[in-house]
Design a protein around this ligand. Structure first.
Ligand code: PLP
Ligand code: COI
Length: 346
């Protein structure tokens, strides 16, 4: 077992034992290898360096209360990376290869899988990278598919379910209308780096993006989807510039199981004044409550034109906590996985 303080891992790079790598060349994927060399060696002309021929995934493995290892919904991540890679017109791994390499990554790094009881997990990061040399704008013919991992705690580094502030930056978009927001492309994250850095310097925890066509509706956070609770409703934006979050999909099913009404629809910004609870949701952030949303005309402006104070305030809202508890209990093997979401390792 690695010598780590499992209770304060945060979300950052840590060297583990091995990464799992397969290469697509001459029309086929090579047999995956477990490598302790974390450096890739390929051309400075590779498409990834110039044209961002790259996409990735994020999923988690958990050590259960029963000692078993569970990977949460990896089949969904496999399908999503296939959609992302196909949008880049590059070769994509089969679902079988994706699952095999994720399982192998967990096994090769098992001493970095946090023990049960710390609220921590092993984050798996599959990446698809275009590696052949090229000069003109083109899709990659040769691709590396790698799965690596890191033990993680909360994304912000704060205690679980600590509410965060968020800022709407109307003069920055994460995605373009008819763009790539619905795919998990590396390029989408490059777009948000500058406003993210500014928001963090200003002390905000999260950046909330609006729909890029009209800037009147909520899209999603830079790291995660938006979900709100209004009475007995679970409200989440329906937008083609938002990443289809597996966590959000899961929580919608859990909310429906709880007898809540699930509303996937356009969410006008002003509706922030009507929500009981607001959260970011995603693999890295799980559920992170939002206590205040600052609406700025320009992120550079000192003052927000409006500040929405979410009634749940400095606490995680009751409904959000119930959703959080249920999903975490399923991941930890404390409650029955009635939907069959976990892949249990032998
Ligand atoms: N939206 C964005 C922009 C993300 O980066 C993520 C993280 O993967 C999500 C949403 C949440 O997706 P998921 O729940 O599948 O991790
Ligand atoms: C994830 O939640 O898996 C993501 O990719 C988001 C990123 C901020 C780490």
């Amino acid at each position: 077992m690695a010598e780590l303080d499992w209770s304060s891992l945060g979300f950052k790079y840590r060297q583990t034992n091995r990464i799992i790598v397969s290469c697509f060349k001459d029309g086929e994927w090579s047999q995956p290898v477990a490598s302790d060399d974390f450096d890739f060696h390929f051309s400075a002309f590779a498409g990834v360096f110039h044209y961002a021929n790259s996409c990735f995934e994020g999923l988690k493995a958990f050590r259960g209360v029963d000692g078993k290892v569970r990977i949460f919904r990896p089949d969904e991540n496999a399908k999503r990376i296939q959609r992302s890679g196909s949008h880049l017109d590059m070769a994509v791994p089969s679902e079988e290869l994706f699952l095999d390499m994720c399982v192998r990554c967990v096994k090769e790094n098992i001493e970095f899988l946090p023990p049960y009881g710390y609220g921590a997990s092993m984050y798996l990061r599959p990446v698809l990278i275009g590696m052949n040399p090229q000069l003109g704008i083109a899709s990659s013919k040769e691709v590396i598919f790698a799965v690596m991992c890191a033990p993680v705690g909360t994304y912000s580094g704060a205690k679980i379910l600590t509410p965060a502030t968020a800022v709407i930056a109307r003069n920055y978009d994460r995605a373009a209308p008819n763009g790539t927001g619905q795919f998990k492309l590396s390029a989408n994250y490059a777009t948000s780096l500058h406003p993210y850095n500014m928001a963090h310097r200003q002390g905000f925890g999260e950046l909330l993006f609006l729909d890029p066509s009209t800037h009147t509706k909520i899209d999603e956070f830079g790291s995660s989807n938006f979900l709100a609770i209004k009475g007995n409703s679970y409200v989440t934006p329906l937008s083609d510039s938002v990443l289809p979050s597996i966590t959000n999909k899961t929580l919608q099913a859990v909310a429906a199981d709880f007898g809540m009404k699930v509303e996937k629809r356009a969410v006008p910004v002003e509706e922030l004044a009507e929500f009981d609870e607001v959260n970011a949701c995603g693999t890295a952030v799980v559920i992170t409550p939002v206590c205040k949303v600052f609406d700025k005309q320009r992120l550079e402006d000192e003052k927000a034109v409006k500040v929405y104070e979410i009634p749940s305030g400095d606490e995680c809202g009751k409904v959000s906590r119930k959703l959080y508890d249920r999903i975490r209990a399923i991941q930890d093997g404390r409650e029955e996985d009635t939907h069959g979401w976990n892949l249990i390792l032998d």
